[in-house]
Unconditional design. Structure first.
Length: 459
């Protein structure tokens, strides 16, 4: 048999022309979003003031299994996709493992991550609807960059609220977002009611994704012709990100491979949801049974230590409530945690699948994550993003287990992005100054105690 190449790129013709909607194959649906005023299930029209209409439709549509990717979006994708499926030969050798390790590398675009896959879709639909501006939040900066890139392409003015501690740690993210003509504001800020309230309660806060979402939503609903765009968590974002998994599955079929274990880092769940989508379909339909592992930071452990409960998607409590694994929308992770994956909740789709036993989750400490990142960089010559390195850590751990047992499992993980803007964090690690923060049960109780009370549903 021919040797498996280091990198497999599909041809443009082999790229997917439809996204896959995992909900269509789920035996049980995630619980409906609730309107925080009435506690009634949110209707598609309720979302129109916040999201553009096509996206609101995608958010609510649990039936359409395959959604056509508009040709303009397919053309944009071709500027940076297909992304390669890479066999980590050197990493395997360095670990001395009989396991076969593959990774899907999504960092080959200016945002440095998978985020552009959804950003271009959301900007396209906003343009189609004739919207005149957009707002968003960004944690580590990849999403803000991706959306700035997409909005600049479609000529839509964009305001990005960036989590303050990341804004300060990564000054060049600001420059790149401004290169694409977007406005960037550190959050919490004095520009919105939500920001002012959070600052009054917690003046020294480094911010959180939840705070930044509140600010961006407020700006959208108070500005004519403006809508809000979110880069993770939502069903529509997982739909767009299914392009990652669809390409991966085709590439693995070409190689005659199928993963025994699929691993992805989990912030709000978009890359993981995208990568696993067609494999989870096989699992749901009883065609295959790969292990699927979500990897989260020990400092923000929504799946492993959170509660499966209705909660707000933001700190300011302006969004609809979703049932998901959450640490409570008031939970603000320690500022010493590098980069993304700082979100208090988790995609409702992934939360439901995890709750129903279709996937596993592990939490890893950041010094161990950076140890894995450095080993990976040296072996594979890609400097990984801290977020992606959570998946690398667990892939290495699983490969080392194979070394002990002698099993030659096929391990697939998502390398979601590059870490060139994360050198402060790499420096902290290399200088031995990085510490691990694990919240105590009491810390978590504070977040849980503020979960919303919903008569008859969550008392
Ligand atoms: C490189 C990278 N990977 C992963 C994530 C996590 O997001 P998600 O869970 O939505 O994929 C982020 C979020 O900022 C990111 O920038």
């Amino acid at each position: 048999m021919a040797k498996i190449p280091h990198r497999l790129y599909l041809t443009e013709e082999q790229m997917p022309s439809k996204w896959y909607n995992l909900r269509a194959d789920m035996k049980e649906q995630p619980d409906p979003m609730l309107n925080p005023g009435t506690f009634k299930p949110t209707a598609e029209e309720d979302l129109y003031p916040v999201f553009c209409k096509k996206l609101a439709h995608q958010e609510m549509d649990a039936e359409t299994k395959y959604v056509d990717i508009p040709e303009e979006i397919q053309d944009f994708y071709k500027m940076y996709r297909p992304s390669p499926l890479i066999r980590a030969y050197n990493l395997e050798k360095a670990l001395g493992t009989p396991a076969k390790i593959y990774y899907k590398f999504e960092g080959n675009n200016t945002s440095g991550s998978h985020k552009l896959n959804s950003a271009v879709a959301q900007a396209y639909y906003a343009k189609e609807q004739g919207l005149t501006s957009l707002t968003t939040e960004t944690g580590a900066g990849q999403w803000g960059t991706a959306l700035a890139e997409a909005c600049s392409y479609y000529n839509i003015p964009l305001t990005v609220y960036m989590v303050k501690c990341s804004y300060e740690q990564k000054p060049f993210r600001k420059s790149i977002i401004q290169t694409f003509d977007a406005t960037i504001i550190p959050s919490p800020s004095e520009t919105t009611n939500a920001g002012r309230k959070i600052l009054a309660e917690n003046p020294g806060t480094g911010g959180s994704l939840g705070c930044a979402i509140s600010e961006a939503v407020e700006k959208a609903v108070t500005t004519e012709g403006c809508r809000y765009v979110l880069g993770s968590v939502l069903n529509q974002v997982l739909l767009h990100q299914s392009v990652i998994g669809l390409e991966t599955k085709t590439a693995m079929e070409i190689l005659g491979e199928y993963p025994d274990i699929i691993i992805g880092c989990a912030g709000g769940g978009s890359n993981l949801g995208g990568l696993i989508a067609p494999f989870m379909q096989d699992k749901l339909l009883g065609k295959a049974d790969p292990r699927i592992i979500a990897v989260e930071p020990a400092s923000c452990p929504s799946l492993t230590r959170g509660k499966y409960a209705y909660d707000f998607c933001d700190t300011g409590k302006v969004t609809p409530m979703a049932r998901m694994y959450t640490l409570g929308s008031s939970f603000i992770p320690s500022a010493n945690h590098a980069g993304g994956l700082r979100y208090h909740g988790m995609s409702p789709i992934l939360s439901k699948l995890y709750h129903d036993g279709y996937m596993e989750a592990v939490a890893v400490e950041q010094t161990k994550v950076f140890e894995a990142a450095c080993l990976f960089a040296k072996q594979e010559t890609i400097l990984p993003a801290p977020e992606s390195s959570h998946a690398i850590r667990t892939a290495i751990d699983e490969a080392l287990k194979c070394k002990e047992t002698g099993e030659s499992k096929t391990i697939l993980f998502g390398l979601t992005g590059t870490g060139y803007f994360d050198m402060m964090a790499y420096n902290a690690y290399l200088e031995g100054k990085m510490t691990d923060y694990i919240p105590t049960d009491e810390d978590l109780e504070m977040g849980f105690s503020q979960l919303p009370k919903i008569p008859g549903i969550q008392e």
